[in-house]
Design a protein around this ligand. Sequence first.
Ligand code: APR
Ligand code: PHB
Length: 391
Amino acid sequence: MRTEVGIIGAGPAGLLLARLLALSGVACIVLERRDPDYLRARIRAGLLEEGTVDTLAEAGLADRLLRERLTHDGVELAFGGRRHRIDLKGLSGKVVTIYGQSEIQRDLMDAHAAAGTELVYEAEDVSLEGIAGDRPRLHYLKGGETREIQCDFIAGCDGFHGVSRQSMPPQVLRTYERVYPFGWLGILADTPPVNPELIYCNHERGFALCTMRSLTRSRYYLQVPADEDVVDWSDDRFWSELANRLPPDVAARLKSGPGLEMSMAPLRSFVAEPMRYARLFLAGDAAHIVPPTGAKGLNLAVTDVRLLAEALAAYYRQGRTDLIDAYSDRCLARVWKAERFSWWMTGLTHRFPEASGFEQRVQMAELAYLVSSRAAQTTLAENYVGLPMQP
Ligand code: APR
Ligand code: PHB
């Protein structure tokens, strides 16, 4: 088989890239290790920047999103038992959208099924060959048979644990990482959200986040030690720990219910540089991970593939290579700012087991400063709603 761009991974990055390329008339094939049911069932974050919504809308993928989404003009921070609202819209002119990543995954898969995209699910043992030359190839196993795809370029959209990044020569690849000593335990429940806007709570027992998927479906998270086992958490234990960490007026109106899903996510900051080597590009989680505080993961992936699709379209339509050459630097400029913001917001809202008394006092002082300073709130707001795709 032969195509122009071989895409590894059918998460949001790979599927959106395939869509944007198709709209520009660039041919591609997507290889995905998992089956469609697995991809649809994955629960991820649910907060979209305006730039992300615009990109999905321009790609004809936002009909359901625009019908079903919630938009939020503000967000709350809680500490010392009290809530403080950050007026995102007033400070930045922008709002954020609540719409689950699993819904985006579904919308993307439906759009590709309707368009007849070449999408190979359950492609095993994907490997990359010849990426340094001008005839890269993808090998994989399907139904016990070995197959080969010849392509001009390969897009590694295969997430943090994928093969693409590992296929870059070690002397070229630099990685930067911070692993946090805690994770997020999340519950999804068909109960009305406790608050119309999100609440990020800094509490002595640990961080908690109140978020939602709709007006009838809530999502809550608790900071727990990184080695916590989800089997030790009953629904009741989760709800009572959450109530303990919320300000009393919020806890009093918390509605509990059976968990539809409960899962643990580790917290990590990670960046791989460069995001391109010869004919291989990395995009999304394959290149960078942020801790979920601020929900930047999906939004960053969308910016990457937008820039990549633009670069590849310019190559095929006009023979231009300048955007391909600039891809890594253009992405990384924005990635590092989101890394900084996600790291900062994690530090502001979580309890670090190793923090000294001094560091704890500084954290409280920063929260107190933030809620009393319009300048500080503006900084939070403009990062939270999303920095411009291109400065
Ligand atoms: N071969 C084929 N497919 C693979 C391989 C492989 N060797 N390794 C991983 N994959 C697939 C995974 O099964 C997954 O479906 O690549 C896909 C990567 O998808 P995601 O992990 O969702 O990553 P990405 O598309 O970059 O999405 C961006 O936003 O909210 C964040 O982290 C969150 O998933 C999220 C991300
Ligand atoms: C979510 O809705 O799952 C969510 C929202 C905001 C975050 C993280 C996760 O910062």
